[in-house]
Design a protein around this ligand. Structure first.
Ligand code: ATP
Length: 361
């Protein structure tokens, strides 16, 4: 559990933010200048706030009221930046051992081999940073941080310097880190897709204040918090079957069955699926002769008209809540209102690498 409360003035900028997070990955989300890095610097101990309290798993690292301020090098916090910042004259193995050197007084923790395995770095150990791709370098930086046996890993936009292909390559490793390394992570990001794939708890910062904080599925549904048409639902499903002939995978869970492009995962694996509001259609009757494969039964729980021609419709499906972005005209014509039973329809091709992530359930 992470507890953070900070009040700090930085020039004209005032940070006044507090949150508590229980999950393994806490995402700090917010537009540029909202105060994410300032908050991360306070947690790391790089910035001394006017007032603040930081507690990680019961250990108080900062409490300005009580005069507690654990120095940076004793906080045991791993920091992964946008740029990997590896030592260029050392091999990958030596860079990793450099992380271990900082933890030499502590016993336990993962071995170099275990970390190299976790992050898929075994074939890279004898290479120099100059011969690695951006994604590979970033994996080394994460491995180095892990080998220092941190009590918390701070990742400040770790993928933002990478192109889309490298991001897609490294995201599964960050997910493995979350599921297997058992180190709590505070993950700063601008990207809703990354937050949706990784976070348990989402903290949204706006002008130095917490605009929302809560379980990822709850926060990501809230329209006003996210740019463009990025809001949506997060569903937890399991792989039920593969359809080799048509290249599809069937996913089952309390909300119902979804069919998505073929996933390379075994039957029974847990997946987290983001269903974007703009990809959901709403119908009152089961459509016939429809090409869409995914038809979920639910009940409308809320209808919120937007400023323009759109409206948000929230639909309870099993234990999840889907969000659909439809026109206000459709709301009128279908008489959508709370309590109405409806069908939520999603095209299979709406699901891609951005919307589906593996999770350990
Ligand atoms: N050393 C400083 N002195 C004065 N103001 C600062 C200082 N560092 C940052 N700020 C200001 O504090 C505010 C928050 O900055 P911060 O870097 O925490 O935002 P951020 O959400 O991390 O942004 P980004 O996503 O662009 O990295 C900004 O208005 C910034 O200009």
């Amino acid at each position: 559990m992470i507890e953070v409360a900070v009040r700090h003035a930085r020039g004209a900028f005032a940070l006044d933010a507090a949150f508590t997070a229980e999950g393994r990955v806490t995402a700090l989300f917010g537009r540029s200048g909202s105060g994410k890095s300032t908050l991360v610097d306070v947690i790391a101990g790089l910035l001394r706030p006017d007032h603040g309290r930081v507690v990680v798993d019961g250990v108080t690292l900062l409490d300005t009221e009580c005069g507690v301020r654990v120095p940076v090098h004793r906080r045991r916090i791993g920091y992964v930046f946008q740029e990997a910042r590896l030592l260029p004259h050392l091999s990958v193995r030596q860079n990793l051992l450099f992380g271990r050197w900082f933890s030499r007084e502590r016993s336990g923790g993962p071995s170099l081999e275990a970390v190299a395995d976790l992050l898929g770095m075994a074939p890279l150990l004898d290479r120099r940073p100059a011969g690695l791709s951006g994604g590979e370098r970033q994996r080394v930086a994460i491995g180095r941080a892990l080998l220092a046996r941190p009590r918390l890993l701070l990742m400040d936009e770790p993928l933002s310097a990478l192109d889309e292909a490298r991001k897609a390559e490294i995201l599964p490793y960050v997910a493995r880190l979350r599921d297997e390394a058992r180190v709590p992570i505070v993950y700063v990001s601008h990207a809703v897709a990354e937050v949706a794939r990784l976070a348990d708890t989402v903290v949204v910062l706006d002008h130095g204040r917490v605009a929302a904080c809560g379980p990822a599925a709850e926060v990501l549904r809230r329209g006003a918090l996210f740019p463009g048409h990025e809001t949506g639902a997060l569903l937890h499903l399991r792989i039920a079957a593969h359809d080799e002939a048509f290249g599809l995978t069937h996913l089952d869970g309390p909300p119902g069955r979804l069919t998505v492009p073929r996933l390379g995962l075994p039957i029974g694996a847990g997946v987290r699926v983001r269903v974007r509001a703009r990809d959901v259609l709403v119908a009152r009757e089961a459509p016939r002769s429809l090409s869409a494969r995914n038809v979920l039964f639910g009940t409308v729980t809320a209808v919120t008209p937007g400023d323009g021609p759109h409206a948000r419709v929230e639909i309870a499906c099993g234990d999840a809540s889907l969000v659909a972005e439809v026109t206000r005209l459709a709301v009128h014509e279908l008489a959508l209102a709370p309590g109405l039973p409806v069908l939520a329809i999603v095209k299979s091709v709406a699901f891609d690498e951005e919307t589906i992530g593996v999770v350990e359930i």
